[in-house]
Ligand binder design. Sequence first.
Ligand code: WTA
Length: 656
Amino acid sequence: MSETLENLLQETRTFPPPPEFASRANGTEDLYAKAEADHEGFWAEQARKYVSWSKDFTHTLDWDAPFAKWFADGELNACYNAVDRHVEAGNGDRVAIHWVGEPEGDTRDITYSDLHAAVQRAANALQDLGVRKGDTVAIYLPMIPEAAIAMLACARIGAPHSVVFGGFSAEALHSRIDDAGAKVVITSDGGYRRGSASPLKPAVDAALDHGDTSVEKVLVVKRTGQDTPWTEGRDVWWHEALEAADATHEAPAHEAEHPLFILYTSGTTGKPKGIFHTTGGYLTQSAYTNAVVHDVHPESDVYWCTADIGWVTGHSYIVYGPLTLGATQVMYEGTPDTPHQGRFWEIVEQKKVTILYTAPTAIRTFMKWGEDIPGKFDMSSLRLLGSVGEPINPEAWMWYRRVIGGDRCPIVDTWWQTETGAIMISPLPGVTETKPGSAQRAIPGIGAEVVDDNAQPVPNGHGGYLVLTKPWPAMLRGIWGDPERYKETYWSRFEGLYFAGDGAKKDNDGDIWLLGRVDDVMNVSGHRLSTTEIESALVSHPKVAEAAVVGATDETTGQAVVAFVILRSEAVAEADEAGEGADIVAELRGHVAKEIGPIAKPRSIMIVPELPKTRSGKIMRRLLRDVAENRQVGDVTTLADSSVMELIKTGLSKGT
Ligand code: WTA
């Protein structure tokens, strides 16, 4: 970490907001002072400004640390906010979603009126299938409009959704369905990925194959038309259910603290955490941040967030934020290099995108492909760029600004988490003088600090742990079914402060620079993966005795998964006999993909005779990281057996 600190301290470039941008920006300087003077009053004002309430709240915050209730006696409907009210206001003809399928020419423009018709029928269809307020619904879909429609229909009837990323395996889907007790799963026959139709529904079948399941019905969207296995009595086509359903559905009012969704994310243990969010506070902060940070002007912008709906970024900044504001946005189904590496920029040109929100890993990939590719397209419509998911290194930031933003667009580097629900630390594009690589400071209404081991704020120029100092409206309300784990994970490290799990430093101006995770969570291409979760997947393979996983620095993906594996002695003997070392590695990589999903597949697996452990038996990942990153191995004095590292290195150089 100290090397990173040194590099970042040398970064001195700054970019003031263009005056014209500043003159019409939603996020203004005075918001900071207002929020500082009256934290609750500030949020009450945002709640009434950005959200329509069926019943106004009289009370802003109940804070029984660490449990918060925001706007608790208020009532609202999130789907009404995202859809109906825009139609009522006369904006039904405005395009809500310019959907772009991966196959070229496969596009759909969906207006707010279209969305209104769809969510009403979908809400009725879910009710016809027996879904009631409080029941959970799992959504496992590709990036098609039905994903947003399904989420909104759930919100409409008060059924918390649990979206599972389409890249997760049947095993991962199974444990998430099980944990949330989902009554219905919404999926599709398949989706388009890298030029071909790939099936999705078979993973649902496999997930439900475990027998005992809470799932009663599977609703299947026809996307690709490929042959799909069918379970009579359980499976229902989405289009048939919607056609059969009533066309009108009145959005009922739900309590502000009614659960809106559960979203699973990796933590430091093997079991993913079901982070749950409620309605009023979450909607307020996602809409507010989309307005003041992304500077969305619904009447004139074309906004595009490239995240997948399976991650929190897709929840807050494809579905709830922009639709609550009534914005027009692009939603893209496929990968950035299908059918060619200029696909993103072609979409920007065709749809005249004005605001682009993407991840550093994508930016670094585009850098690698070369700037002549975006150079072929007219991207003069762009006026703001955003980054999210991991620290953005200054060179990638500068490239993004120059090549994509034509040196004229401000960049907002936004720090937040699944748990925070919405953006917490970011420049305001019309106010902040930006610095390449820094998320800078807490946005108005949010309190963030960098502290040392004793919870004391560090002086400028020093590093420590990122904490959040005040409750915020979109904060997680807990871990589904496990309030103790919520307290322990986030609130036990420092008294009264939310521990984010990220390292950070303050520069000489007091601006915050994020330095990556300080726990056993890795960040690979902006996706959170837990070392322990991958280790348990490896150990569940019959040939593996023990495994240790580390995140090694990777130029493109930020970090890469590197695994050290001790095989069971029978497996070693067998492999030696057959000369099968490489086969075992391939087999184990495949096994991790099956257990968790292809995103968790280790970049490399090293078969080792021993693992470095402390006397208390804790694996010293720091030393393994040294090996994975080809560095001189650090201090080994706390190892139970200091010869282990020699053994590992000799073993590796022999190529076992
Ligand atoms: C990291 C994604 C540096 C961080 C919204 C955090 C970032 C984790 C940034 C949350 C950023 C996210 N700069 N690091 N701008 N944004 N992170 O839950 O480590 O998928 O704790 O939420 O991503 O990942 P999650």
